[in-house]
Design a protein around this ligand. Structure first.
Ligand code: AMP
Length: 366
């Protein structure tokens, strides 16, 4: 295990709010940070020690970045393969490209879940309208058609209520262009009539030790996370199974860092895995004000080669995202002593843009 000394520099690819909170946690642990991303005055750049504003494909900029840092990690997973490979040949990268690669593609992700014995909704890979029609005979409507890559917050998704929706759904996710994809372009997924959605954030250190936060119960609005509540209202056996799945996934990916696993819980308390992210996750923000060590510090510890801490939750908590104009309603939280406000430094409160979040804590009941 290679341990970074205080004053060492953690490089972070991506410069959004996750990078910002990661940089703040790194600073608290005595590290410098250098963030890399395409936008100037980004949420992460505002708080990091250093910043490079460049395209992810810019090899000269990546090379200078690699020379300036002691380790590279990511705040998002959609890094081009060539850039990740380039960085890995110049410096230490945690987590490895393999972990990112599996999480970049819904087909590989679903196959991975099967390989660790975790159930998923019924699904089929789809590369054309004809294949979509065939798949609908197997994965029956209602179903969701999702692009295999680069979808987030419900983007690149179309609901199929009946087989007659196939053309419109295909048009919606392809924009009418014949897809060019490396592997399957899309997956058709059975719609799950879930009781609730939960997620588990696992962290894995360089020594292979895995520590998981308990599941949060997540509510989405307009395809975007709205709230996370802890404890989740699921039976203890379901919570244990969720933690076991996240642990198996982090182990099988040989993860160093964080792995968030999102899952559906069916009315009979079975877990169906939805997707994973190899980075801090919006549904883990509750840990900032309800745990001794939060997800960001845990990630810093993992990439810096420090031992991980037990989460030690000390409060019940509801995390609420401030999306778009929600941020104008701050006064109700500013006057609530139980509310912990986290803003991301974004100037324009555009509709659908995550501007910040609030953790409202109450005394721990269970
Ligand atoms: P995703 O980008 O795949 O995480 O989807 C965003 C959200 O859409 C999920 O958190 C669910 O609320 C909903 N959703 C996605 N896939 C399904 C599905 N197969 N069945 C029911 N709801 C879904």
């Amino acid at each position: 295990m290679q341990r970074l000394a205080p004053g060492a520099t953690i490089g972070i690819l991506g410069n959004g709010q996750l990078g910002r909170m990661l940089a703040l946690a790194a600073a608290r642990m005595g590290y410098r940070t250098h963030v890399f991303g395409p936008e100037a005055d980004s949420p992460a750049e505002q708080v990091a020690t250093d910043s490079t504003v460049a395209a992810y494909e810019d090899e000269a900029a990546l090379g200078a970045f690699a020379d300036a840092v002691d380790v590279v990690t990511f705040e998002f997973e959609n890094v081009p393969a060539a850039s990740a490979a380039y960085l890995a040949s110049h410096t230490q990268v945690r987590p490895s490209w393999r972990a990112l690669e599996v999480c970049q593609d819904r087909t590989r992700e679903k196959q991975f879940f099967a390989s660790i014995g975790a159930a998923t909704p019924a699904w089929a890979a789809v590369n054309s309208l004809a294949e979509l029609k065939t798949a609908l005979a197997q994965v029956k409507p209602p179903a969701v058609l999702k692009t295999a890559r680069l979808g987030y917050d419900g983007k690149g998704q179309a609901k199929i209520r009946a087989a007659s929706d196939a053309e419109a759904a295909w048009q919606a996710i392809t924009g009418g262009h014949a897809p060019k994809a490396n592997g399957a372009f899309a997956i058709l997924e059975g719609f799950v009539d879930f009781k609730c959605e939960i997620s588990v954030i696992a962290s894995r250190g360089q020594d292979g030790k895995i520590v998981c936060f308990e599941p949060s119960e997540n509510v989405h609005a307009n395809h975007m996370l709205a709230t996370s509540t802890v404890p989740a209202r699921v039976p203890p056996a379901t919570a244990s199974e969720a933690v076991s799945i996240a642990t198996r996934a982090a182990e099988a990916l040989d993860m160093v860092g964080l792995l968030a696993v999102e899952m559906f819980v069916t009315p009979d308390n079975r877990i169906l895995c939805n997707e994973m992210a190899p980075r801090p996750h919006n549904s883990g923000h509750w840990t900032q004000d309800a745990c001794g060590t939060d997800q960001f510090e845990q990630m810093v510890r993992a990439v810096a080669g420090l031992p991980l801490a037990a989460p030690m939750r000390h409060a019940d908590v509801v995390m609420r995202n401030l999306v778009g104009a929600d941020v104008n309603d701050l006064d109700r939280y500013l006057t609530d002593p139980a509310a912990h406000i986290h803003l991301y430094g974004k100037k324009e409160a555009r509709a659908g843009r995550k501007m910040g979040h609030v953790n409202v804590v109450t005394s721990k009941k269970s």
